[in-house]
Design a protein around this ligand. Sequence first.
Ligand SMILES: Nc1ncnc2c1ncn2[C@@H]1O[C@H](COP(=O)(O)OP(=O)(O)OP(=O)(O)O)[C@@H](O)[C@H]1O
Length: 235
Amino acid sequence: MFTSDPIVSVKNACIFQGINAILQDVNFNIEKYEFVFLIGRTGSGKSSLLKTLYADLPLQMGQAQVAGYDIEKIKTKDIPYLRRKIGIVFQDFQLFTDRTVSDNLMFVMKATGWKDKAKMKTRMAEVLMRVGLGGAASKMPHQLSGGEQQRVVIARALLNEPNILLADEPTGNLDPEVADGIFQLFQDINKQGTAILMATHNHELLKKHPYRILKCDKGQVLDSKTSDFNLSTSL
Ligand SMILES: Nc1ncnc2c1ncn2[C@@H]1O[C@H](COP(=O)(O)OP(=O)(O)OP(=O)(O)O)[C@@H](O)[C@H]1O
């Protein structure tokens, strides 16, 4: 059924690290199927905001709803269910280096409640094909390039058919051409119906792809949908 509820809705939120307020009075929605960049200079709060959305950093003031979960009152036992609805992609790849690609993906499926071995195999093949790595299941991470490892991380994030992908500098450690390929993959995933919130310092991407931008700046989150801001300021 079609519903028009946003996938992310943040209202009057204040984001703390310890006793330090990092971002204040944060208000924005992300609609299903939107692609949104998250920018801001280093230390401005991008990762803190993403961590709040996947319930790694408790939200102490204000409200946030993500994929139907109220983040400010989410119970620890519900966090794994929230994380099944969102895919998370970090800058450093965070694959288990001592296990094959297949075992890395199986680990996540087991941890998120998959039981049927045949279905798990099928799903694994599907997500690996989707990221262009159909033949990589038996490889160890070190046998893959940096770009391929990041594709495995994206495949892993797609296992549970998330409604939104949260990506923190997913192209940060990659050569420009490799980064372009990864970005295209995110665009394809978005076109197939998954919202994307991507933190990036990559100015070229922002210039080339005029998606909506949220910018962490001086303790606030500015939104290109509602305010003009200068892209040329330091990212
Ligand atoms: N675990 C933590 N404990 C205490 N303070 C933290 C912690 N993590 C981040 N901070 C502080 O919170 C502020 C925002 O950091 P955050 O990592 O969210 O910024 P960022 O915009 O993601 O930076 P970068 O672009 O470098 O990744 C910084 O002042 C940082 O020092």
